[in-house]
Design a protein around this ligand. Structure first.
Ligand code: PPS
Length: 304
């Protein structure tokens, strides 16, 4: 697919950080505003598979797993294109040299694998109408917020973060791009009882990738031999993906991301938060998350 001739008013020589803007009660980069109607009007097809996550929860990891499953463990087929060309990010507005995620998806033959960070209540209605399968990955708040903080710095277009403590407070209050982490993980958790949603946890994937990848294979309605499963585990582990230019975002223009500030494939662990949180911040987040997730049945592990 040719992504080089797209429209979009983003000038890659003049990267500009987004500001936050509220759309339907949730904060997003202001660049989504103009594009919002197009996103909401997205035409899902019945055989679309949507990967949905809160940002920095393990999206790229599950994308590469799904891609490897789709290609029956054939890394060469996976590696024909960077991950963002294989799986359109439907929330993305047009940004030169890229067309919007919606336009990219519209041009794509079925079966499509799509990516979104939208909270459940803002998912385009056609996904529900078409009964599309969704794979959701959730990550514990502590590692998620640390990863998001670093991403804001390596990205040249995400909003300013303020200090680490300010960012942490904003994250918990939902005053960051794509809104509240707790509303997101909770909303999708509840949706899984009404829709075909496979809900996975980053920590489980880290603990036993083969077990979690088996769930993905089954959810996609496939059967693959153990040897292929082992191949998928091998090629989707952190070290493999970090070294894989088709999975590590190193092919994105440097006008958008700067891997020297912080690589996209940064640590890939459970528990890196311990290097960033004070004891007081950790206790405060534990208490706040307990309240925010109360009664949901959702439990997150912050170490494995
Ligand atoms: S994005 O921009 O929202 O799509 O980012 P996302 O891919 O969700 O999150 C990036 C974090 O996921 C880590 N990652 C992995 N961890 C373990 N194994 C594999 N294979 C893997 N691939 C990506 C990546 O390192 C980011 O987490 P941090 O904690 O920052 O390292």
């Amino acid at each position: 697919m040719d992504l080089k001739s797209g429209p979009g008013d983003f000038d890659p020589t003049q990267p500009k950080r987004a500001t936050l803007e509220e759309i339907e009660g949730v904060l997003f980069p202001n660049t989504l505003r103009e594009h919002w109607g197009t996103i909401q009007g997205f035409k899902a097809r019945p055989d679309d598979l949507l990967i949905c996550t809160y940002p920095k929860a393990g999206t790229t990891w599950i994308q590469q797993i799904v891609s490897m499953v789709q290609h029956r463990g054939d890394l060469e087929k996976c590696n024909q294109k960077p991950i963002y060309e294989r799986m359109p990010f439907i929330d993305m507005p047009p940004m030169k040299p890229f067309v919007s995620g919606v336009e990219q998806a519209d041009l794509m033959p079925s079966p499509r694998i799509l990516k979104s960070h939208l909270p459940v209540q803002l998912l385009p209605a056609s996904f529900w109408e078409q009964k599309c399968k969704v794979i959701y990955v959730a990550r514990n708040a502590k590692d998620n917020v640390v990863s998001y903080f670093y991403f804001h710095h390596m990205s040249k277009i995400m909003p300013e973060t303020g200090t680490w403590n300010e960012f942490l407070e904003n994250f918990v209050a939902g005053k960051v791009a794509w809104g509240s982490w707790s509303d997101h993980v909770r909303g999708w958790w509840e949706a899984k009882d009404r829709h075909p949603v496979l809900y996975l946890f980053y920590e489980d994937m880290k603990e036993d990738p083969a077990r979690e990848i088996r769930k993905v294979i089954q959810f996609m309605g496939l059967e693959l031999p153990e040897s292929v499963l082992n191949q998928i585990v091998e090629h989707t582990k952190f070290e493999s993906m970090k070294a894989n230019p088709m999975a590590n975002y190193s092919t994105l223009p440097s006008s958008l991301v700067d891997h020297t500030v912080s690589p996209f494939m940064r640590k890939g662990t459970v528990g890196n938060w311990k290097k960033h949180f004070t004891v007081a911040q950790s206790e405060w987040l534990d208490d706040t998350c307990a309240q925010l997730l109360k009664g949901s049945g959702l439990n997150f592990r912050t170490e494995i």
